[in-house]
Design a protein around this ligand. Structure first.
Ligand SMILES: [Zn+2]
Length: 145
């Protein structure tokens, strides 16, 4: 399986480790060794102090839902719900997507495929998990805890 097919066509960058670790079930952030600023998704260069000496650190996937919205026609690689029509990605049920605030203000965006949209509430406790899709690509799923 090709775990490098994340949502973007990433070939070789200074943050490729992000996708490899995500495939292994870990959320990784980078921390600037000079000023201490943390980045998720990871950055190879600190935009705060322009330093490139970064440290990789695993972060937790549990946090508080900061906001969410509904996507009616998700991109193919994020279509975590089966299509309602054969041979189509058209979905008539909205697919919720949320922003989870985890440690130190870092935020993880992910799909919320297993919940009724009406039951999703800002402020609820959730956990983020990488999920392998049938096509071999990786997405991030949020679930209540
Ligand atoms: Zn810095």
């Amino acid at each position: 399986m090709d775990f490098r097919n994340f949502s973007l066509h990433i070939s070789q960058t200074k943050v490729n480790r992000f996708v490899d670790e995500l495939a292994a079930g870990k959320f990784m952030a980078t921390v600037c060794k000079k000023c201490g600023k943390k980045y998720y998704p990871p950055k190879a260069d600190c935009s705060n102090c322009m330093e490139s000496d970064m440290e990789w650190r695993q972060m937790g996937g549990r946090g508080t839902l900061e906001t969410f919205t509904k996507i009616y026609v998700p991109p193919d690689h994020f279509a975590v719900r089966p299509p309602l029509m054969p041979f189509s990605t058209i979905q008539f049920e909205p697919c919720p997507i949320g922003l989870l605030e985890v440690e130190d203000g870092l935020k993880i965006m992910g799909w919320i495929p297993k919940m009724d949209v009406k039951k999703i509430k800002v402020g609820m406790k959730m956990k983020a998990s990488p999920q392998l899709l049938p096509d071999g690509k990786i997405t991030i799923v949020l679930e209540p805890i």
